[in-house]
Design a protein around this ligand. Structure first.
Ligand SMILES: [Zn+2]
Length: 59
């Protein structure tokens, strides 16, 4: 019995198999990384965009 057929795919952060408990991530750490990106404004959605804000894409 393996957990390969979970259908959750790989962790978007590190690429490891996702854990059911933290999917789509493999661990709390990776979930936290994603959350940090959120808070960091990487995934800025539906916010008032300041016309003065320069867009930096150095990722
Ligand atoms: Zn991960």
């Amino acid at each position: 019995m393996t957990e390969r057929a979970s259908g959750t795919g790989a962790c978007p952060i590190c690429g490891k198999p996702a854990a059911t408990e933290y999917r789509p991530f493999c661990s709390k750490r990776c979930a936290d990384v994603d959350l940090s990106r959120w808070l960091g404004g990487v995934y800025r959605v539906e916010t008032e965009e300041s016309p003065d804000a320069p867009k930096k894409d150095e990722d």
